[in-house]
Design a protein around this ligand. Structure first.
Ligand SMILES: Cc1ncc(C[n+]2csc(CCOP(=O)(O)OP(=O)(O)O)c2C)c(N)n1
Length: 341
């Protein structure tokens, strides 16, 4: 059932679970870090420092952070070409991320994956994926592995509204429902698939598709951290309890380009400046900051969190810039187990 109610503010409902002040502060810190890292990478791309374009996560931070805050060590996350935020939400290594995006030796994939392929098994990130929707099958397989291992693990798949149009979503919902797999499917509906507005290519509501498979489907405001956290909690708990999958649709908005290089090849705009500005007024970060202020957290404490995130991003960028290129001879060893051609 699609439980989304436009203009409602269910996160304030006192009957719903609320994060503690410390939990909220920790999640805010993670969101700020993602924002500052992404802005820094955007600047690095503009300065010509990156070997390829990047798909930034600015504006969607509440989605990754609200869901990942509900996970435990050992849970698995499959991500997308827009995956830096998912990695950082899982306590990813900032230097290792920058080095990877810069294509350098000490990157989390030894510089061989690059921006759209960040993976780090030590953080449960089983792969970001430039094949749109590819993570859905991978996460479903991971959920089957989790069920067979019987250690209470959960698999989460982040994917976009464009990926929801792939047949994999139906296949995953079908088999995960039948086999009660510990899977949480998280669609970040950010309004666009590349340069196509979602409404022009996506019929109906994504969350309501779950009902056809007997799976709970919940749509919430993806720019409201607490709503995301409130929706993710029961979904993860349900998966962990062996009750099967849930489909979450997080309604958010991509305020930056689809890919930072797009101004170099697009011949006409695909959205208005006013639309983007309107969504900027719904930026998820100030919304959490306001909550924290109301809870008595001082402005200088919040400013310190921001300054530290900027410092970490700048330091990691400088590290990556001077990190050596990978040795090409490692390529075959990474592609073929115990085998050199
Ligand atoms: C299978 C496949 N088809 C097409 C593409 C080209 N492509 C790259 S990103 C993208 C849009 C994806 O949209 P969405 O899933 O909504 O994610 P978003 O970029 O909005 O985060 C497309 C079509 C691709 N990488 N893989």
């Amino acid at each position: 059932m699609d439980t989304y109610a436009v203009n409602a503010n269910p996160s304030l409902d006192p009957t719903l679970e609320q994060p503690t002040r410390d939990e909220l502060l920790a999640m805010y810190g993670r969101m700020v870090l993602i924002r500052r890292v992404e802005e820094r990478l955007g600047d690095d791309f503009t300065a010509g420092k990156l070997p390829q374009s990047v798909h930034l996560y600015v504006g969607q931070e509440a989605c990754a952070v609200g869901v990942c805050a509900r996970l435990e060590d050992g849970d698995w996350v499959a991500s997308t070409h827009r995956g830096h935020g998912h990695y950082l939400a899982r306590d990813g290594d900032v230097r290792g991320l920058f080095a990877e995006v810069f294509g350098r030796r000490d990157g989390i994939c030894r510089g061989m994956g690059g921006s759209p392929h960040v993976a780090d098994f030590s953080k449960g990130i089983i792969g970001a994926n430039a094949v749109v929707g590819g993570g859905i099958g991978i996460a479903t397989g991971a959920a089957l592995a989790a069920q067979m291992q019987d250690r209470g693990r959960v698999a989460v798949c982040f994917f976009g509204d464009g990926a929801a149009a792939q047949g994999w979503l139906g296949e995953a919902l079908n088999i995960a429902a039948l086999w009660r797999l510990p899977l949480v499917l998280v669609c970040e509906n950010n309004g666009f698939a590349e340069f196509m507005p979602t409404a022009t290519v996506t019929a109906g509501s994504i969350a309501s598709r779950a009902a056809g498979y007997g799976v709970p489907g919940v749509a919430v405001d993806g720019n409201d951290l607490i709503e995301v956290w409130q929706a993710a909690g029961p979904a993860v708990a349900r998966a962990r309890a062996g009750q099967g999958p849930t489909l979450l649709e997080l309604r958010t908005y991509r305020t930056r380009a689809h890919t930072e290089s797009e101004s170099g090849f697009l011949s006409r705009p695909y959205r208005t400046v006013e639309e983007v500005e309107d969504w900027r007024t719904r930026d998820p970060l100030p919304r959490v900051r306001d909550r924290l202020s109301a809870a008595g957290v001082r402005d200088d404490e919040l400013d310190t969190i921001d300054a530290e995130a900027r410092r970490l991003a700048a330091e990691a960028s400088a590290f990556a810039e001077t990190n050596p290129w990978p040795d090409p001879s490692v390529v075959y060893g990474l592609m073929f187990h115990d085998q050199e051609p």
